[in-house]
Design a protein around this ligand. Structure first.
Ligand code: URP
Ligand code: ZN
Ligand code: ZN
Length: 465
């Protein structure tokens, strides 16, 4: 199968230009002007007025993940179908290690859940929860053989790790070209605030946000920076939520500490007033870290623009509002499963709220949703519209309007945090390794791919220093 996409604006992280893109089989074969006479294409698509983007890469999803007494609602089939419809052609999902499990078994267990159900390509980050010496020693194999060179640690939740584990993982990843990713919130600050709110009887969803104070994020980011300084390694902060946390990262980077940050559409576009929505609807936004005041969103946009934040992930961890968020009662925010849906809406929100509103350029968007992410996580064949790369492409119509509504999305969850938002710019067609997987049908995105056609992608470690 071959496809010629004509006259689109090819967008890369460093610039944009009008060209034709020729896809043969799974790869981008050629890019140039007026390719029609020199290639034989099974399908020709006119893309005048449209952008040709690399498929978005979501480095932070929790599909079919057991968590806080329940399981995140999207499985690999519904989650990656929704991703495809949003223009995301690769997801990197988290798998939480079980007690006693090797990293190999951890990764294989989730591959067993995913394989055959995946509509776009995927990879996995093992999260280290049981850091036995043999698990730390397995970092080398995970980075070089399993194709999973990134390792998540949590400084929060019951399964958080201690500083020694962080140090050992930083040392091992430095040796073998891996990357530690960290959920940066200080557990004991949140714990003490939880106790205070418990005593005061203030237990509505708003107090989830108050308990997960910005100070807890700042402290954990600072600690991570110190550990990187101590080991000479590098680290990636997941789901950065606050301007204060970002300033800590910036300060560390200015001192030559290799620290990277990911933020999420929810921290850029939603704020803490959401927790006060009537009828306990604030529970929809109970996630960790929580939504922050608007000045944090404004600064995070600036961070993306000026390079202090490198990537966007969704932290897609969906729980139904009815049946899951409320399954342990509505009388205490601590019982609410933490997480929110977003796997389908990343690219459209980043374009409409970011590019259209002038907060970031088109090229900066492409860098943050695809190119930087591919480089950060060793997805060597992805993240760029360039000859030789996988034909993971989005033909994007920058003028197409879409009113976000749960009914028009494909995620298997009963709400979206952006219900009713009017967005500008939607994918016209989405390709995963040269196969069309989603298209605009005039009213909404339609999945036209094949469940099971997505593959596990082995990622490359960075060349060790
Ligand atoms: O609230 C969140 N973010 N839930 C998912 C787990 C995590 O911390 O990333
Ligand atoms: Zn987290
Ligand atoms: Zn997460």
């Amino acid at each position: 199968m071959s496809v010629l996409i004509k006259n689109g604006l090819v967008v890369t992280a460093s610039g944009s230009y009008h060209a034709d893109v020729f896809v043969e089989g799974e790869k981008i074969k050629a890019i140039g002007s007026d390719l029609a006479p020199s290639v034989k294409a099974d399908e020709v698509i006119e893309a005048k007025g449209k952008y040709i983007l690399p498929g978005a890469i979501d480095p932070h999803t929790h599909l079919a993940m057991p968590f806080m007494g329940t399981t995140s609602k999207d499985d690999f089939e519904t989650g990656t179908t929704a991703a495809a419809c949003g223009g995301t052609t690769t997801v990197v999902d988290f798998v939480l290690q079980n007690k006693g499990e090797s990293l190999y078994d951890t990764v294989e267990r989730k591959k067993g859940i995913a394989d055959g159900k995946v509509a776009v390509d995927y990879s996995l980050h093992p999260a280290v929860l049981d850091p036995r010496p043999e698990v730390i020693a397995e970092v080398k194999k995970a980075a070089r053989e399993y194709g999973t060179p990134s390792f998540k640690i949590f400084l929060f939740y019951d399964f958080r790790v201690d500083d020694y584990t962080m140090i050992r993982l930083l040392e091992e990843t430095k040796k073998y070209g891996g990357l530690v990713q960290v959920h940066a919130e200080n557990f004991d600050i949140v714990r003490r605030l939880n106790e205070n709110f418990e005593s005061a009887g203030t237990l509505s969803p708003l107090y989830h946000a108050r308990a997960h104070a910005i100070l807890a994020e700042e402290e954990a980011v600072d600690k991570a920076a110190k550990m990187v300084e101590f080991t000479g390694s590098r680290i990636y902060i997941v789901h950065l939520s606050s301007k204060e946390g970002m300033w800590k990262i910036k300060k560390a980077r200015d001192r030559g500490i290799e620290m990277y940050a990911e933020t999420c559409p929810q921290y850029l576009t939603l704020n803490e007033d959401r927790y006060e929505e009537p009828n306990w609807q604030g529970a929809k936004y109970v996630m960790s870290p929580p939504l922050r005041p608007k000045d944090s969103s404004d600064e995070l946009w600036l961070g993306l623009k000026y390079g202090d934040v490198q990537t966007i992930g969704t932290d897609h961890c969906p729980f139904d509002f009815k049946g899951q968020k409320d399954m342990f009662g509505t009388d205490d925010y601590k019982k609410i499963p933490n997480g929110a849906p977003g796997i389908e809406t990343m690219l459209m929100l980043m374009h409409s709220e970011g590019v259209v509103k002038g907060r970031i350029s088109l090229e900066q968007m492409v860098a943050a949703v695809s190119t930087n992410t591919a480089k950060m996580f060793g997805l060597t064949s992805k993240g760029e519209v360039a000859a030789g790369k996988d034909a993971d492409l989005v033909i994007f119509d920058p003028k197409q309007k879409f009113i976000v509504s749960r009914d028009k999305l494909h995620m298997n969850v009963d709400y979206t945090p952006w219900e009713g938002w009017e967005l500008t710019g939607m994918p016209a067609a989405v390709y995963s390794r040269g196969r069309r997987v989603a298209e605009w049908d005039g009213k909404q995105m339609k999945f036209v791919g094949e469940v099971g056609a997505g593959r596990f992608v082995k990622r490359d470690p960075r060349d060790p220093a």
